[in-house]
Design a protein around this ligand. Structure first.
Ligand code: CFM
Ligand code: HCA
Length: 534
């Protein structure tokens, strides 16, 4: 593996190679030693074709995109709105009220004159128009790069419109694309504003049993539907998903939950902390990717509530769901055992999906995140040691205090302690590195050149990443599975999701179709043409 690192760096100019060397790591974690440090959440080197997206994408597309009954207006040139219009596969169930603005693309369509003279008036008019047309519960406004550069005060415009309307919550996000080094900054900006302007608004008490929030699940390909099916079957009430298949009222009622379950910790872990500080709701890490992880997460929820009725029901559900999962796993296993995978996805899937692959007997040779932070690689315990640089300082940290009326610790300190003494972990997640084998290659912010080089050197049986990587990898003869959009497939979460995944991966790694493919220039590298003179 050390040679592979050298090969990946060989063609870079010395300065670039020095920086990339800190982001490419041979996993050498041992039982006794902490895993080596990786450089993460830093700017991409200009000129490199990164896999990353921008801060606006993380805010508007990832966090706010999946909420159906808020009108999301992009303040900016039309391209930003257009390219974030229904490109992420967050599904929704428009519910009984049928209120769903997701199919629309709302934008102020900024022009040169707005850049020169300011776009605030145009924004106010757009908010008014959306209100007159739809009378939604909420309108959100997203800043694109030029808005920050010309200094439109989007927050003042929203505040004024909100006061004028009286029955519509209007607030804005300073999520200019350049604001952070990746999407991750956009998640933070979105979550802070949702927490400040929305959570806690519905004061009506909730009387359901076993109330949880599911944080960091975005219902891509229907994952959230499958998780909700399982939770419901167990008798667990999911009050609010942040933000897959969510509605305005879900966010507004989240403070009534008794436990926060964090799925994608990268995009939202700080919200779990804020919910605990302000309302007294403890949090745990869960993972519904992989059948075993799903069962484990359900048991963890059961153990928290500590009620025999719930614990027994969870066991019944697991016993009911697992035989089919195990049958499919046993069927594919002779064909998938020992096959190899590479995973380069966002900020949590590169880790979570390794569980599914190992359930099929497949090995992960190399993995990495686009925009994760060191805690996603090394574990939550490194958070106090993270360097705060100019880029992270650019992202607002909000001060949260215990709510004078609503704060109520859900468990007594001695109850928490008893659980912890029994090995229960609150507020913790492990890093990806710990779970990966010694000698595997971990790479942060992989780029197109390195992706192609890795595939050429290690020839995995499957490569998992996003749309930008898809076709160049397939052209090299290796099957490619998108783990963002699922290539129109899914769900892959929960029990039914695991079955879908086993079947699809079996087909992909055992199909020879990509290896038969040759691009025309591979067969005939010279350009030929006929010159005709008349
Ligand atoms: Fe979390 Fe996500 Fe991901 Fe993410 Fe994303 Fe996504 Fe992703 Mo694409 S919130 S970090 S910003 S699990 S959109 S649903 S697939 S990169 S690995
Ligand atoms: C985003 C969204 C994205 C892109 C996926 C991809 C998604 O980062 O803005 O590159 O294929 O999941 O839709 O991550």
């Amino acid at each position: 593996p050390t040679d592979i690192k050298e090969e990946l760096l060989a063609k870079y100019p010395p300065k670039v190679a020095r920086k990339r060397a800190k982001q490419i790591m041979i996993n050498e974690a041992t039982e006794s030693e902490a895993p080596p440090e990786i450089l993460a959440n830093v700017r991409t080197i200009p000129g490199i074709i990164t896999m990353r997206g921008c801060t606006y994408a993380g805010c508007k597309g990832v966090i706010m995109g999946p909420t159906r009954d808020i009108v999301n207006i992009t303040h900016g040139p039309i391209g930003c709105g257009f390219y974030s219009w229904l490109t992420r596969r967050n599904q929704t169930d428009a519910g009984e009220d049928g209120e769903n603005y997701m199919p629309y693309c709302f934008s102020t369509d900024m022009q040169d004159s707005d850049i020169i003279f300011g776009g605030e008036k145009k924004l106010a008019a757009a908010i008014q128009e959306a209100y007159d047309l739809f009378h939604p519960k909420g309108i959100c406004v997203f800043a694109t790069c030029p808005v920050g550069l010309i200094g439109d005060d989007i927050h003042a415009v929203c505040k004024k419109k909100k006061a004028e309307f009286g029955d519509c919550n209007v607030f804005a996000f300073s999520c200019e694309g350049y604001k952070g080094v990746s999407q991750s900054a956009g998640h933070h900006i979105a979550n802070n504003q949702v927490f400040t302007h929305l959570v806690g608004e519905n004061t009506e008490p909730r009387t359901e049993e076993y109330k949880i929030n599911l944080l960091g699940e975005y219902n891509i390909g229907g994952d959230g539907f499958e998780i909700d099916r399982i939770l419901k079957k167990c008798g667990i009430t999911n009050l609010a998903t942040f933000s897959g298949n969510s509605s305005y009222d879900q966010f507004a009622s989240a403070q009534h939950a008794d436990l926060s379950c964090v799925m994608c910790h990268r995009s939202i872990n700080y919200v779990a902390d804020m919910l605990e500080t302000k309302y007294g709701i403890p949090w745990i890490k869960v993972n519904f990717i992989g059948a075993a992880s799903t069962a484990k997460s359900l048991r963890k929820i059961g153990q928290y509530f500590g009620d025999k009725k719930l614990i027994d029901r969870i066991e019944e559900v697991i016993a009911e769901e697992m035989p089919e999962v195990e049958a499919v796993a046993a069927d594919v296993r002779p064909r998938t055992e020992g096959k190899t995978a590479m995973l380069f996805v966002g900020g949590s899937r590169a880790h979570h999906y390794q569980d599914l692959f190992s359930e099929m007997g497949m090995k992960t040779l190399s993995a990495g995140y686009e925009f994760a932070h060191r805690d996603d690689y090394e574990g939550r315990q490194v958070i106090p040691n993270l360097t705060v640089d100019a880029d992270s300082r650019n992202i607002e940290e909000i001060d949260v205090e215990a709510d004078p009326e609503l704060y109520s610790p859900r468990k007594k300190p001695e109850e928490i302690k008893a659980l912890e003494d029994a090995g229960y972990q609150f507020k913790h997640y492990e890093g990806m590195n710990d779970q990966m084998d010694k000698g595997t290659i971990i790479i942060d912010d992989l780029n197109q050149y390195e992706a192609e080089k890795l595939v050429e050197l290690l020839k995995p049986d499957i490569f998992c990443a996003g749309i930008k990587e898809k076709f160049s990898i397939q052209k090299s003869g290796v099957p490619m599975k998108q783990l963002h959009s699922y290539d129109s497939g899914g769900p892959y979460a929960g029990f039914k999701g695991a079955i879908n995944f086993y079947k699809e991966i079996d087909r992909l790694v055992n199909s020879k179709v990509w290896s038969y493919m040759k691009a025309p220039w591979q067969e005939n590298p010279e350009l030929t043409g006929t010159f005709v003179w008349e």
